[in-house]
Ligand binder design. Structure first.
Ligand SMILES: [Zn+2]
Length: 111
């Protein structure tokens, strides 16, 4: 018997388009294309088609949290997963430091 299930908003909307974007960017990747995250800080970090796709991910420029605040749609580029995650952690640490310096309560972390 076929089971139908309501799809979540994420599955229909964001999740789907994000997946399409990822597939498109991976298909367009050429050997030697720079990791976008490293390129944004002036470092050439080449990517190769032979890399396992799970090592690469769609990165937002500017970061999604900043883009939402500015009301703009971030540009999407491929970065190494590790470079993207390291940068994300650095940004959120910087925000936390800044908030503490300004005496802002930490429960308003999500912006
Ligand atoms: Zn990189």
């Amino acid at each position: 018997m076929a089971v139908t299930r309501k799809r979540t908003t994420t599955e229909r909307g964001l999740g789907w388009s994000h997946q399409q974007m990822r597939l498109r960017l991976l298909a367009e990747l050429k050997d030697g294309d720079p990791c976008a995250r490293c390129a944004s800080r002036g470092v050439y970090h080449p990517m190769y088609r032979a890399l396992p796709a799970r090592m690469l991910e769609v990165d937002d420029f500017p970061p999604r949290s900043v883009a939402l605040r500015l009301g703009i749609e971030p540009e999407k580029h491929l970065s190494f997963r590790t470079c993207n995650r390291r940068h994300g952690a650095a940004i959120s640490n910087a925000i936390q430091r800044q908030k503490r310096a300004l005496g802002m309560p930490s429960r308003y972390d999500r912006w």
